[in-house]
Design a protein around this ligand. Structure first.
Ligand SMILES: [Zn+2]
Length: 301
């Protein structure tokens, strides 16, 4: 059985009470809500509430969380991207007059999914940027590249110095699985640089129980750069034919050769990685997956 290290204290958020969620006041009318594995944010404006995403893991808890701080109605729902784990409870909140905003690519993915839980956006935009003033709060929606899924957004509230970037990274933890299932790994690396160009104090990134800071973005960038250096060095030093011979792969089986070679690259890269367990949780859980995604990208992109 695989043994996992306990989650270090620095990566634990507040304990989740019986209500099933924790609400944090981030200031300026912005609130962070988490159920432990998944999180999001909403903003109370002069006239209503602007919610980012509606996860099925939070779906039934979102109205209660919002009611804790305001009796104003939900006026806008912004889809950060199309994935069902983030917006698969939007149907529970949908009603006539609710504005649902996303990038047009997100709208296309939702159309393709034919999923009743994910109502189509009522308003989409194409290209790189949409700026909106919603009842006195400025929202800048930026599509800077396919760092997670095509159509994914940075949701910046410049005056409030807040950022939403769902599925970009996890504060105090290693990225989930294969660099958060990044659709385009070079864009994932770029995204950390791009995020650090915005002015914000707090960032909400979609998973686990903690909001983050620019320092957390910088830490994630440092970690993935270590992944890239280790993967590049392993690619330089692990030989395909030697790896295949060591694994006794039959000579004509080229697919098996490729598989054992990449496994050997990942194993070698793992040995080359500096120790991160004092700074990030989950490095033991996701190291091989993250190295696999990184190594393939270094090899082919
Ligand atoms: Zn996602």
């Amino acid at each position: 059985m695989t043994e996992f290290a306990p989650v270090p204290g620095f990566a634990l958020g507040a304990e989740i009470p019986e209500s099933g969620y924790v609400l944090n006041d981030l200031g300026g009318g912005v609130y962070f809500v988490t159920q432990g594995m998944i999180n999001t944010m909403f903003v109370v404006t002069k006239k209503g509430v602007v919610l980012v995403d509606a996860s099925p893991f939070l779906g039934d808890k979102l109205p209660a969380a919002i009611e804790e701080v305001t009796s104003k109605p939900l006026t806008h729902l912004i889809y950060s991207h199309a994935h069902a784990d983030h917006i698969g409870a939007a149907h529970l909140l949908n009603r006539d007059g609710l504005k649902i905003i996303s990038h047009e690519i997100t709208g296309e993915f939702i159309k393709e999914a034919k999923d009743d839980r994910r109502p189509l956006p009522t308003e989409t935009f194409s290209g790189r940027r949409k700026e909106m003033d919603i009842h006195g709060v400025r929202f800048v929606l930026d599509y800077t590249g396919d760092w997670h899924q095509a159509g994914n957004l940075f949701i910046h509230l410049p005056e409030l110095r807040m950022m939403g970037a769902m599925d970009s990274f996890t504060p105090k933890s290693a990225p989930f699985f294969r660099l958060y299932f990044s659709a385009h790994v070079p864009a994932y690396f770029n995204a950390m640089d791009q995020l650090l160009e915005y002015d914000f104090e707090t960032i909400v990134t979609g998973h686990m129980a903690l909001p983050g800071t620019p320092e957390d973005v910088a830490t994630n960038r440092e970690y993935i750069r270590d992944l890239r250096s280790a993967a590049a060095e392993a690619l330089r030093t692990v030989d395909l034919k030697e790896a295949a011979a060591a694994a006794k792969v039959p000579e004509s089986n080229r697919q098996a050769e490729l598989k054992v070679w990449m496994d050997a690259v990942v194993a070698r890269a793992a040995e080359l990685m500096p120790s991160w367990d004092k700074r990030l949780a989950g490095t033991d859980i996701f190291l091989a997956d993250n190295l696999n995604a990184t190594a393939w990208s270094v090899f082919i992109d």
